[in-house]
Design a protein. Structure first.
Length: 293
């Protein structure tokens, strides 16, 4: 099945639109740091700037994104992977035209059946006739195989941390795994829920110090998102803060982050086409199954 999935990915090169797509994995070492809020609001901020953005909820078992927005999709990614629905039938429109691929609550995680899941994703995205500027992948939290697979395949890894010892420790563990076992050498670090900008920089400094001492990686600080009660109020309304409170400090910070993202240089060797992203997910698994990893 893995070989067939890779063959499908090769065949997709002539099928997808030639428009380059920036693939960003939004991830965290632990839950509770606001990762899904970051992915969702960043997606809306980019869409408000006129970009075509899709948000893939890659935590198949928890359905974080549509739950956050109060959406009730009829179909989810689980129906695509089972062959019941096409991806185009599953995609739902969120705020500002953000397109969302919803996950399903109560379904086994993506890492449980990697070959079937990733091969299914290759087929699904190959059949999706749409142009995109950005694909945001909201991974599960932690260091599971699903998280590692999406992060190692993406062009950019946006790692969300907050001012908690566990957040820093788990962020370091994720960086270590991705760098030493999967060849990821660059990480963009976003400090979330901080009281002052200097606190976010201090947080980044702590993570940078331990990584510089033990790992051969590059960490880039992309900024801070302030602790803002308007974000909590937006969550209670089941809206993004970008639409509920667009003049709030945290909404302003998301707009600045979106502007930064648009100015990030393209990663070296990144093709910019979605089939390469999903092929890169499958290939490490193929090597591991063959016993050469």
């Amino acid at each position: 099945m893995l070989d067939a999935a890779v063959d499908q990915a090769h065949g997709l090169r002539g099928m997808l639109a030639p428009r380059p797509v920036r693939v960003i994995a939004v991830t965290s070492g632990k839950g509770g740091v606001g990762k899904t809020n970051v992915a969702t609001n960043l997606g809306v901020a980019l869409a408000q700037r006129g970009r075509d953005v899709m948000l893939l909820d890659a935590d198949l078992g928890l359905a974080n994104v549509d739950g956050l927005l109060g959406l009730t999709p009829l179909w989810t990614l689980a129906h695509v992977l089972s062959g019941e629905r096409e991806l185009a039938e599953v995609v739902i429109e969120g705020p500002a035209g953000l397109r969302i691929v919803p996950a399903a609550s109560g379904v086994a995680g993506m890492a449980d059946q990697p070959a079937a899941v990733y091969g299914g994703l290759i087929r699904a995205f190959g059949e999706l006739a749409t142009d995109l500027d950005v694909l945001l992948v909201d991974t599960a939290a932690g260091v599971g195989e699903g998280v590692l697979s999406f992060a190692r395949a993406a062009q950019e890894v946006l790692l969300v941390v907050c001012d908690e010892p566990a957040s820093l420790a788990n962020a370091y563990a994720l960086i270590k795994l991705l760098s030493t076992q999967h060849g990821v050498s660059r990480f963009r670090i976003l400090a979330n829920m901080v009281r002052r900008a200097r606190d976010g920089r201090a947080l980044f400094g702590k993570l940078l110090a331990v990584c510089d001492q033990h790992l051969d990686v590059v960490l880039e600080f992309v900024g801070v998102l302030p602790h803002d009660d308007y974000l909590r109020k937006a969550i209670q309304r089941r809206q993004t803060v970008m639409e509920a409170f667009p003049r709030s400090p945290v909404a302003s910070a998301f707009r600045q982050l979106a502007e930064q993202v648009e100015n990030w240089p393209r990663a070296c060797g990144a093709s910019g086409h979605l089939e390469f992203f999903f092929e890169r997910i499958v290939q490490p698994l193929s090597v591991a199954v063959g016993g050469e990893a």
